[in-house]
Ligand binder design. Structure first.
Ligand code: ZN
Length: 478
């Protein structure tokens, strides 16, 4: 059984707009809901920042000894994820019409690609990957409750949330209804639909016409769910009415997450999420990466250009998740070089001896200090740029025993996730005749059970830069 570290974890909470001590509701468990992809087209590397941030969060919490449950949904009903307005065409249905494939085939095709790219980026699979299309009854049940409580109303087969009935609306994003109506906070257009009572009201259920492939029966007629209700329904289903952390890209703060709070609170009367975490955008040149700007880079694009997907992961480690990050030829090349250097440094170190295949948990005083600094950095709202610098420095820190440096770096990579455990040690150094003679003498001493002499030679070898490992075949140098 792992014990929880006594070192405090601090996280920045979008809701309180401050960094505070993180206390899980039910330790040692930490429950995280992370908004997943809409699978009607390829997921670009900018989108993946929103999946890597919770991956690092999870790894950091696991490093601290927590038992993390991560849920990331797959939006396989096509809503307009990047648009502030909910009007317009359903992109999944549109893709189906224009390609002649079924909406289900398209969703499945892009889901598989997304899972493959996640793996290439070493994003640990969430324990639960719920699909929206498999949770329609839960969404309908929540919508019915909201109608019952008169927080939502039905109009022409559509169901809308009545924002005027939820006084806390705008708390997460800072968007007040008045401000929204004036086009404030980046919301240029309010969703316009003639059967709504107010422009800020949003859809929980939409009437579906017969041209759609994805339609379901409901108490309000045939139709399909609104996007926001998906995440409220699936987070409640798997994590309960209240859970620890909800993550997503900064663009989801409004309206998606604001609407999730309104829905979940509306049903349960409780604050659904303790900590809201939002990552900033990846910027491509001076533009936010988006398809409409024509600058879309996929994991496969990186590979075609000879860039290791791990170099992209390394690049993201160089900036705090709440800072915008520039993706340029220079920045990705620098990241690839940085990663190569770290791998080379590691490959030059000896592979440490493991006792019965178990990781040794004893550290020298100097190594303990370095681990403490690393641990403090990751617990400080995921300060991964500092954690990465510490890792790079330790690789070259000659004041720490070489084998211990290897162990430290692999220990840190449990959080960084750069797959450094796949780095192989370089070819053995050419060993001088003098050293070989010492090895022979040591084997003879051990055969004669002359431990004193054997230890003396071990120390002598150490002064020459060789660690000694005893194997059934005799002394080995590392
Ligand atoms: Zn969501």
């Amino acid at each position: 059984m792992t014990t929880i570290s006594t070192k405090p974890v601090y996280l920045y909470n979008t809701l309180s707009r401050s960094k505070g001590l993180f206390t899980p509701l039910h330790p040692p468990h930490v429950d995280i809901y992370s908004c997943g992809p809409t699978v009607y087209r390829d997921i670009h590397i900018g989108n993946f920042r929103a999946f890597m941030t919770p991956d690092w969060l999870r790894r950091m919490l696991e490093y601290n000894g927590y038992d993390v449950l991560l849920v990331r949904n797959i939006t396989d009903v096509g809503h307009l994820q990047n648009d502030d307005v909910e009007t317009g065409e359903d992109k999944l249905e549109n893709e189906a019409r224009t390609t002649g494939r079924s909406a289900y085939e398209i969703a499945d095709y892009y889901t598989q690609k997304y899972l493959k790219d996640s793996d290439e980026l070493n994003i640990l699979p969430p324990q639960i990957n719920p699909k929206a299309t498999e949770h329609i009854p839960e969404m309908q049940a929540m919508t019915e409750k909201l109608v019952e409580k008169r927080l939502a109303y039905v109009a022409n087969g559509n169901v809308y949330y009545d924002v005027s009935r939820f006084p806390n609306y705008g708390e997460l994003s800072g968007n007040t209804v008045e401000n929204l109506r004036e086009g404030g906070h980046g919301r240029q257009q309010m969703e316009v639909a003639e059967d709504k009572d107010a422009p800020e009201d949003f859809a929980l259920w939409k009437h579906g016409d017969e041209n759609r492939q994805m339609n379901w029966e409901s108490p309000w007629g045939t139709g399909f769910p609104g996007w926001h209700i998906e995440c409220s329904a699936m987070s409640t289903r798997y994590l309960g009415e209240q859970f620890d952390i909800h993550t997503g890209g900064i663009d989801l703060r409004f309206p998606h997450h604001e609407d999730e709070i309104a829905q979940s609170y509306g049903v349960s009367g409780k604050e659904p999420v303790q900590v809201w975490i939002h990552n900033e955008f990846l910027i491509f040149g001076s533009l936010k990466m988006s398809r409409s700007k024509g600058n879309v880079i996929l994991v496969s694009t990186l590979k075609e250009r000879g860039i290791d997907p791990m170099a992209y992961r390394y690049l993201l480690l160089t900036a705090h998740y709440r800072s915008k990050l520039n993706f340029t030829d220079e920045s990705i090349t620098a990241a690839q070089n940085g990663l190569n250097n770290l791998r080379d440094d590691l490959a030059a170190l000896p592979v440490p001896e493991l006792s019965n295949g178990k990781q040794i948990d004893l550290w020298s005083e100097k190594a303990s200090q370095v681990r403490d600094a690393f641990h403090t950095a990751i617990n400080d709202d995921l300060d991964l740029p500092t954690a990465l610098s510490i890792t790079r420095e330790v690789a070259r820190d000659n004041t720490i025993d070489a084998a211990e440096r290897w162990r430290l770096i692999l220990d840190f990579d449990r959080v960084l996730g750069l797959r450094l455990d796949t780095v192989e040690a370089k070819a053995p150094r050419t060993v001088s005749d003098e050293v070989l003679a010492l090895v022979k003498q040591r084997d003879e001493a051990r055969a004669a059970r002359d431990w004193k002499r054997s230890d003396e030679i071990r120390d002598l070898l150490k002064t020459q830069g060789y660690e000694v490992r005893d194997t059934p075949k005799g002394t080995e140098l590392v």
